[in-house]
Write a protein that binds this ligand. Structure first.
Ligand SMILES: [Zn+2]
Length: 75
C-alpha cells in the first residue's frame, strides 16, 4: 500500500489528473480513470511513465502472467 500523502501528490504523466490506487489479485497499480490506463507499482515504487502505462487488456494479461508465476513458485 502506498502512503496516502504520496498518493495525493502523484498524477498521471499523460493527463496530469489524480490517480487512484487499485488492488487486483496480488498486484497493486495506479489507475487513471481519465486515460483508462494502469501504472504498475514495482516493489512499492509507482512507475508513472508513459511507456509503462497499460491498457485494461494489457493489465489483464499482466495479471494472468503474475498469477501463473506465483502458482509455479508455490509448487
Ligand atoms: Zn491520465
Amino acid at each position: 500500500m502506498l502512503d496516502t500523502n504520496l498518493l495525493a501528490i502523484l498524477a498521471c504523466p499523460i493527463c496530469k489528473n489524480s490517480i487512484t490506487q487499485i488492488e487486483e489479485g496480488i498486484e497493486h497499480a495506479l489507475y487513471c480513470s481519465a486515460c483508462e490506463l494502469y501504472y504498475p507499482i514495482y516493489k512499492g515504487i509507482p512507475i508513472l511513465l508513459k511507456k509503462e502505462a497499460r491498457t485494461r487488456t494489457q493489465w489483464e494479461v499482466f495479471l494472468e502472467k503474475e498469477a501463473l508465476a506465483t502458482y509455479k513458485e508455490d509448487r
